[in-house]
Write a protein that binds this ligand. Structure first.
Ligand code: NAD
Ligand code: UDP
Length: 338
């Protein structure tokens, strides 16, 4: 058993990862400034697991507060989710993104090193691949983000590579997530976007539950089988389990690992709508509208590095993602709000 510090542990992917860490017996210290989440998620995590993680409301930009957390809880390793993630907002507020995502990670690493903690799992993103030249995407594909959010992930990856070269005590996993969707099968925790969802899946669940009238499908003239965009959707519980495997890997192996976390399977927007309608017996009205600027046609992972190095594979299907995501939305019409 070890003590894992989870930054951003109240958020969507963080809360699901905290559940799996607690269920396997690790002690968990959650650090979050609640800028995009609520404490209710931690209460739900406690109900699911019948265990209690430590929670400290801290901004990772606050080095003094972070030091106090490390002094008190002495974590063995860190899983680092905290950061801002809205692509559109990153274009209008780039400095917030570089502050929170890049400077925040630099702060965290400094405090980790001061406390002799050198094991770090970092949330990167498939967005670092930009517009793919070939599919499926392997980790050695050319990199090139197209917006400040993506560049902040790319910069952090480079920074962490430099850090590991500077001091080989560092053991780092850079996990490039594809498109996480769905929710915990209990329906108690899930994605709770503030305002109008930017992403496809929460938009669909909000249409299904009556919070929005219609889905707008951004373009049906892409070079894909049905003309709509294709992505590699991954169940958030599979993604969470990938972090546990990454921690196990770092306990055994030195160096830095860059690894895709995806299923290897691409689905179109229309595939998603049809699956959601079929498994849940609901109708999702939609209009086809012009393409969203900056969107790519298709993106899916080659997940073989994760299989070989982490002994991890996604096992949950698109139908599981649709069923579990719908259960969460039905049980929580307006998310975590009472
Ligand atoms: P989220 O917004 O639900 O969770 C992030 C959490 O970090 C939130 O609880 C927020 O309050 C907290 N936070 C933000 N800035 C902070 C700061 N300065 N100090 C302390 N806490 C802070 O997002 P998520 O979907 O769970 O994503 C987690 C990570 O995974 C992010 O780094 C994101 O960029 C990355 N990622 C997400 C996706 C996705 O589609 N959800 C895809 C690829 C990568
Ligand atoms: N999409 C859509 N309508 C929406 C949101 C997304 O048609 O309201 C499409 C989008 O064009 C892309 C796919 O759904 O083809 C996934 O979009 P999302 O924003 O979820 O993920 P990303 O584009 O960041 O991979």
């Amino acid at each position: 058993m070890s003590t894992v510090l989870v930054t951003g542990g109240c958020g969507y992917i963080g809360s699901h990862t905290v559940v799996e860490l607690l269920l396997r017996g690790d002690d968990v210290v959650v650090v979050d400034n609640l800028s995009n989440s609520s404490l209710e998620s931690i209460k739900r995590v406690e109900t699911i697991t019948e265990r209690v993680p430590h929670f400290i409301e801290v901004d990772i930009l606050d080095r003094a507060e972070l030091r106090c957390v490390f002094d008190k809880y002495r974590p063995d390793s860190v899983v680092h989710f905290a950061g801002l993630k809205a692509v559109g907002e990153s274009v209008s507020k780039p400095l917030s993104y570089y502050q929170n995502n890049v400077a925040g990670t630099a702060n965290l690493c400094e405090v980790m090193a001061e406390h002799g903690v050198f094991s770090l799992v970092f949330s990167s993103s498939a967005t670092v691949y930009g517009d793919p030249e070939t599919l499926p995407l392997r980790e050695d594909a050319p990199l090139g983000a197209t917006n400040p959010y993506g560049r902040s992930k790319l910069f952090v990856e480079e920074m962490l590579r430099d850090l590991q070269i500077s001091d080989p005590r560092w053991r780092i996993a850079l996990l490039r997530y594809f498109n996480p969707i769905g929710a915990h099968p209990s329906g108690m925790i899930g994605e709770d976007p503030r305002g109008i969802p930017n992403n496809l899946f929460p938009f669909i669940t909000q249409v299904a539950v009556g919070r929005r009238e219609k889905l707008a499908i951004f373009g049906d003239d892409y070079p894909t089988p049905d003309g709509t965009g294709v992505r590699d959707y991954i169940h958030v519980v599979d993604l969470a389990l990938g972090h546990l495997k990454a921690l196990d890997y770092l306990a055994e192996k030195e160096g830095i690992l860059t690894c895709n976390l995806g299923t290897g399977q691409g689905y179109s927007v229309l595939d998603m709508v049809r699956s959601f309608e079929r498994v849940n017996g609901v109708t999702i009205p939609y209009d086809i509208v012009p393409r969203r600027p900056g969107d790519i046609a298709s993106c899916w992972a080659d997940p073989s590095v994760a299989a070989e190095q982490l002994d991890w594979k996604a096992t949950r299907s698109l139908d599981d993602m649709c069923t579990d995501g719908w259960r969460w939305q039905q049980q929580n019409h307006i998310g975590y709000l009472p």
